[in-house]
Ligand binder design. Structure first.
Ligand code: COA
Length: 176
């Protein structure tokens, strides 16, 4: 799904993340998510388990954002700051763990382009859904990119560690 924004050559670009980016991702997470802290090793594990879902946003070679995703089971939410310990053999969705962009470079369509990358990735690993937990009232933003809120009491309990506005959202890639 694309909202048709033009891509300017000066816009920030997504590139594949590497272990050399872990420090930068940790620093950005501390700035952008001060109330949802995660250990650097938890980021590093995601990169080790599923590098195809891990990107950093760069402008003039500076890392100004990141996106982390991994295959997972639909309607299941990994707790924050915890190790995945592996990718489920029966994964049926690509779970977008986090997309974070520094405030001064928001509004360039970076979240939209990361979602497009993850749609491609989901197709490659043959899963039909993207899932994520929307925080800080970003529900409207994700709805624009094709995600819908999924409700359920079990989900609601698991969402507690993500803050009061958190919602589990799904994008069905088979929907027109
Ligand atoms: C969510 C986030 C990654 C979006 O990054 P971005 O590069 O600005 O995203 P895009 O440029 O693709 O989309 C921006 C659009 O979303 C809107 N938007 C951004 N944050 C929003 C929010 N919290 N609530 C509602 N709309 C929001 C902007 O107004 C903009 O709309 P416009 O194009 O009409 O001006 C960024 O705002 C961010 O890092 N937020 C803090 C971390 C966070 O909440 N991450 C999501 C975790 S699920």
């Amino acid at each position: 799904m694309s909202t048709g924004k033009k891509v300017d050559p000066k816009d920030p670009i997504w590139r594949a993340a590497s272990v050399n980016d872990i420090d930068a991702v940790t620093r950005l997470a501390e700035i952008i998510h001060p109330t949802l802290p995660e250990r650097p090793d938890v980021f590093a594990e995601k990169l080790a388990l599923f590098a195809s879902g891990c990107y950093v946003l760069v402008r003039h070679e500076e890392v100004i954002g990141y996106g982390l995703s991994h295959p997972w089971n639909l309607n299941s939410i990994p707790p924050l700051d915890s190790f995945l310990k592996g990718i489920p053999g029966d994964a049926d969705c690509l779970y977008v763990h986090d997309v974070a962009v520094l405030p001064e470079v928001r509004g360039y369509g970076s979240a939209e382009r990361y979602v497009d990358l993850m749609v491609e990735c989901a197709c490659k690993i043959d899963v039909d859904f993207l899932g994520l937990v929307s925080v800080y009232s970003t529900q409207r933003l994700w709805a624009r990119y094709g995600f819908e809120v999924a409700n359920g009491s079990e989900l609601d309990m698991k969402l507690r560690s993500y803050g009061p506005t958190a919602k589990y959202m799904i994008r069905n890639l088979k929907s027109p």
